[in-house]
Design a protein around this ligand. Structure first.
Ligand code: T4K
Length: 431
C-alpha cells in the first residue's frame, strides 16, 4: 500500500509497488546508442517497474460493502450467499448450467479428477503452467505430455489422439494465454475413445471459441481466480459444467465428501471458496468488461508499435472471437532480430520493464519430477518456449509506457547483432 507504516514488511525485492495513482511516465534517457541501454550502464527507462501479473484494481467501496455484509451475515464459508452469487455469475459467463467455486484452480482440477474417479494416465500439453500437471501428479495420476501444434502453440489434437493407450483416463486441453485450444477436435478424440475431456481454462475467462464462451466445452472446464488473473478473488477457482451429477460430486468432494453416497478411497477434501474470496471475486467480476476493454487498448498499442519489426511477432488472436488479452506474448526470431529471447529479456528487465518468459516456459516435461521420471522430447514445445516473452500489461502498463517499451524493443532489434556481441551470456528467469 502507498505509505507503508513502520513495522510492516516491505514488498519482496523486484515486486515494488507503483506509486500512488499508478503509472509514472518513463524518465530514462532516450536510447541513442547501445551504451545508453541500462544493461550497458545507461539509466533505466522506467523509474517504477512495468510488471506482468499485477492484480487488476477493484472498487474498494464495493468490496468493503460486501465484506461488511458477510461479517454482518455471520456466514463466512461453506456455500455462503456470496459464493453462490459468484457461482451463478461465473456459470452465466461460461454459458453453463453449473459452476462450483473453489479455493483455487489447482484444487478444482483435482476435484474433477477425483469426481470422475480417474486413475492411470492423463494426456495434456506440456506447454502449460505446472499446476495442470501437478494437479494430476499429486493424486497419483500420470501426466502424459504431448507436443503443441507449431502454428498455434496449443495442444495438437492429432498428437493427443496418438498418445491414447489402454491406460489413458482422460484428456486435458489448455487454453493457454487465453487462446482457446481446438476443443472441438479434442472432444471428438475423447468421445471416440470413451474418455472425458477436461479443459484448463485458467487464462480464458471471457474468451470464445467459434463464438461459444469458453467454459462449455468437454465434460467440464476450470477457471482460476488467482490474484494475477483477469478476475481475481485473491485466490479462487471454479469448475463449470452442464453435467449436474458431476457438479454435485465436485461440490461434495470440496466439502469433505459430505452427502456423497460413494466417495473414493481417498475421501473428500476441503477446497471451498470463502465468502471473503467471493466478495473479492464478485467485485472483480463487476469490473470485467472494463478490464477487458483496457487490455484491448493495451494490446492494440503493442500491435501498432511492434507491427513490422523484423523477427518480432505478437501472438495472433482470431479477430472474430472475444478474448480477454490478459497476456501479451511475443515470439522473437533469433536470426531475424539478431538478439534472441534471453538477451531481450535481460535488456528489458534492466530497464525496469519486468518482462517474463510466459506461463509454460519452461514447459512441464522439462520440470521436475517429470524431467527425471519420464524424459521425453517435444520439439515444437521446446522451440516455442525458447522464443517467447510475456510483456507487461494490466494496471502498471499505461499506453505511454508500452510505447516506450516497444521503442526499446525496436532499438534492440536494430542493434541486435552488436548487442549480442557486447553482452554477457544472459540469465533466464523461469516460472
Ligand atoms: N492452470 C494454468 C494454466 C495456470 O496458469 C494456473 C495458475 C493454474 C492452472 C492454477 O491456478 P491456481 O491454482 O493458481 O488458481 C502465478 C499464480 O500463482 C498462478 O495462479 C498462475 N496460474 C501462474 C501463471 O502465475 P507464479 O509462480 O508465476 O507467480 P509469481 O509470484 O511469480 O507472480 C507472477 C507475476 O505476478 C509477477 O510479475 C508478480 C506478479 N504478482 C503476483 C501476485 C501473486 C503481483 O504483481 N501481485 C500478486 O499479488 O504463479
Amino acid at each position: 500500500m502507498p505509505g507503508q507504516s513502520a513495522g510492516r514488511p516491505a514488498p519482496p525485492a523486484g515486486r515494488h509497488l507503483p506509486p500512488p495513482g499508478g503509472f509514472t511516465p518513463p524518465r530514462g534517457g532516450v536510447k541513442r546508442t547501445p551504451g545508453d541501454l541500462a544493461l550497458l550502464g545507461g539509466p533505466p527507462a522506467f523509474p517504477h517497474p512495468l510488471t506482468v501479473g499485477r492484480p487488476n484494481p477493484v472498487d474498494r467501496t464495493r468490496l468493503f460493502q460486501r465484506l461488511t455484509w458477510a461479517l454482518d451475515n455471520q456466514w463466512h464459508s461453506n456455500g455462503g450467499p456470496l459464493s453462490l452469487e459468484f457461482e451463478a455469475r461465473v456459470a452465466d459467463l461460461a454459458g453453463t448450467r453449473h459452476a462450483v467455486a473453489t479455493c483455487n484452480a489447482t484444487s478444482a482440477l483435482q476435484l474433477l479428477f477425483r469426481a470422475l474417479d480417474l486413475s492411470g494416465e492423463i494426456i495434456m500439453p506440456s506447454l502449460t503452467f505446472a499446476a495442470t500437471a501437478h494437479a494430476a501428479q499429486w493424486l497419483g495420476l500420470t501426466p502424459v505430455f504431448v507436443d503443441t501444434d507449431p502454428r498455434t502453440g496449443l495442444i495438437d489434437p492429432r498428437l493427443a489422439r496418438a498418445a491414447i493407450t489402454p491406460d489413458t483416463a482422460a484428456v486435458v486441453g489448455v487454453h493457454l494465454w487465453g487462446r482457446p485450444c481446438d476443443a472441438r477436435a479434442l472432444e471428438k478424440t475423447a468421445a471416440d475413445h470413451g474418455l472425458p475431456l477436461l479443459l484448463d481454462a485458467a487464462h480464458a475467462l471471457g474468451c470464445t471459441l467459434d463464438g461459444t464462451p469458453v467454459g462449455g466445452f468437454g465434460a467440464a472446464e476450470v477457471f482460476s481466480f488467482h490474484a494475477t488473473k483477469i478476475v481475481g478473488a485473491f485466490e479462487g477457482g471454479a469448475v463449470v459444467t452442464d453435467d449436474e451429477d458431476l457438479a454435485r460430486r465436485v461440490r461434495a468432494l470440496a466439502n469433505f465428501g459430505k452427502g456423497l453416497e460413494h466417495v473414493s478411497a481417498a475421501g473428500g477434501t476441503n477446497a471451498k471458496m470463502s465468502e471473503a474470496a467471493a466478495a473479492m471475486g464478485l467485485t472483480s467480476l463487476d469490473a470485467l468488461p472494463r478490464h477487458i476493454a483496457d487490455n484491448h487498448d493495451r494490446h492494440r498499442v503493442y500491435r501498432e508499435e511492434l507491427d513490422g519489426v523484423p523477427g518480432i511477432t505478437l501472438l495472433p488472436f482470431d479477430p472474430a472471437e472475444r478474448h480477454n488479452h490478459q497476456y501479451v506474448v511475443i515470439d522473437i526470431d533469433p536470426e531475424r532480430t539478431g538478439i534472441g529471447r534471453d538477451l531481450l529479456l535481460d535488456l528489458l528487465r534492466a530497464e525496469n520493464a519486468l518482462v517474463l518468459p510466459p506461463i509454460g516456459a519452461p514447459p512441464c516435461h522439462l520440470l521436475e519430477p517429470y524431467r527425471s521420471t519420464r524424459p521425453v522430447s517435444l520439439p515444437h514445445t521446446e522451440a516455442l518456449t525458447a522464443r517467447v516473452l510475456s510483456l507487461p500489461t494490466g494496471p502498471t502498463a499505461a499506453p505511454e509506457g508500452i510505447r516506450r517499451l516497444c521503442e526499446i524493443v525496436r532499438f534492440a532489434v536494430a542493434h541486435g547483432a552488436e548487442l549480442t556481441r557486447r553482452c554477457r551470456t544472459p540469465r533466464t528467469e523461469s516460472r
